[in-house]
Design a protein around this ligand. Structure first.
Ligand SMILES: [Zn+2]
Length: 126
């Protein structure tokens, strides 16, 4: 005898089908109903790689209703959405500069901003 399986495709509460990598429980209440305001659910598809609730560094795959495709989001620094290629470059950067310590990373970041400003035509100021 075979087990009965649920063949209904997963979707968020708006009916948008979940991508194969989505691990979000779209029925989980994020903010309960209160004072006449409806409960809030998480309709964004996530891979649940990082846990924003645990504190500390986290990153994850996100795809919201208005996104054409998934992106990598580094929640620790509220970094804008990145495509996988940029995300891998950032991961490599983080690993390669960890030896600098906080002060060295701050100096490097300032120089990177200055370099970008030169290209943008704003000069090498800040
Ligand atoms: Zn989903």
């Amino acid at each position: 005898m075979t087990a009965v399986t649920d063949s209904k495709p997963r979707a968020n509460r708006k009916g948008t089908p979940c991508p194969p990598w989505c691990a979000t429980d779209h029925d989980e209440v994020l903010v309960p109903e209160k004072d006449g305001r409806a409960a809030i659910y998480f309709d964004v598809h996530t891979a649940k790689i990082g846990d924003m609730m645990r504190g500390g560094p986290w990153a994850d795959v996100l795809q919201g209703e208005s996104d054409d495709h998934p992106h990598v989001y580094i929640g620790t620094c509220d970094m804008p959405a990145m495509d996988p290629k940029m995300a891998r470059a950032i991961a490599g950067l983080l690993e390669s500069v960890s030896w600098l310590g906080k002060e060295g990373i701050t100096v490097l970041a300032a120089e990177v901003r200055r370099a970008a400003s030169v290209i943008d035509g704003a000069g090498a100021g800040q």
